[in-house]
Design a protein around this ligand. Sequence first.
Ligand code: SF4
Ligand code: SF4
Length: 346
Amino acid sequence: MKRARRPLELSFRLGYYILKNRLRGRKKFPLVTMLEPLEMCNLSCIGCGRIREYKPVLDKMMSVEVALEAVKQSGAPIVSIAGGEPTIHPRIDQIINQLLEQKYFVYCCTNALLMERVLKKVAPSKYLCWVVHLDGMEAKHDESVDRQGVFKKAIQGIEMALDQGYRVCTNTTVFRGSDVEDLWEMFRFVGDLGVEGSMISPGFDFEDAPDQEMFLTRQESHNLFKKLLNPVDTAGMRFYNNPLYLNFLKGDREYQCTAWSNPTYTVMGWRKPCYPLADEHVEDVNELYKDDLWERYGVGKDPRCANCMMHCGFESATIFQAVSTPKDWVTLIKSGAAHKGGITAA
Ligand code: SF4
Ligand code: SF4
């Protein structure tokens, strides 16, 4: 099957946006707005912190106006919609359609259980990509989401979306119990279906997740990703993450987190400091860009950051560093991946 390709316009627009902000002298600015219009979900995955830490506000829904205003306030050209399960939101079609009208690049992260319903209300667009959560083949994925039959539904959702001309990616969170060979089989399988690519990252060790033993330490992540991403066994697989971030996952490169580039807006306000940590919620996104905040957070600063290797903090870091390192920028351009700033929920 022919695979859809990422629109070139995304790379050009993001490159122009970064240049414009740099010329204005901004050191910290967003690449991706993470929008969580609700925290409710129709699943209860064992590694999910969101549905547990937002338990008191699971019934809260963000209005369309508030969602659009948050995206405008952030100003980033890419919007990643997550949650909770965003397709449960009764006005998700209006949020997505209005963002598409304004030519934001929208990535909607979903478990795909309600795909048929949402596809009827949102037309295919080069600005829209569905990002379907898959943690392995059938047995492994159903175990990860703690419900039988979810893998089959997710695959049906992917096929339905691809048949109707939508762009689709998958997103995989890797845990201590992940099976490398099972993941290879899954990456090949979804690649053959025609998805644009597979995103991967290790799970964040959310304090509220019931099983803390499932999360990888930093060293364990390096070891697992060295095996998972070895060039022989992954030949022909298409990963959506940029190659610098994949090298970081393998431990071949080190970066300091730039999570301020992925501000996350929730039903309680902007998460401060970052997508994984909600020490506070604030009303003004500019609070997330203050230098003194980032003297307290990041690897080696806050113990909760020790094992964090998430897209939101580190894929964005590869891009910011590449801007001032021509060789790395060429690597990103060649891979066609200069457009991403850590777009997914995990
Ligand atoms: S990880 Fe995603 S699909 Fe699973 S419970 Fe959390 S929000 Fe829902
Ligand atoms: S390393 Fe960065 S993204 Fe990860 S928890 Fe710490 S501040 Fe957040």
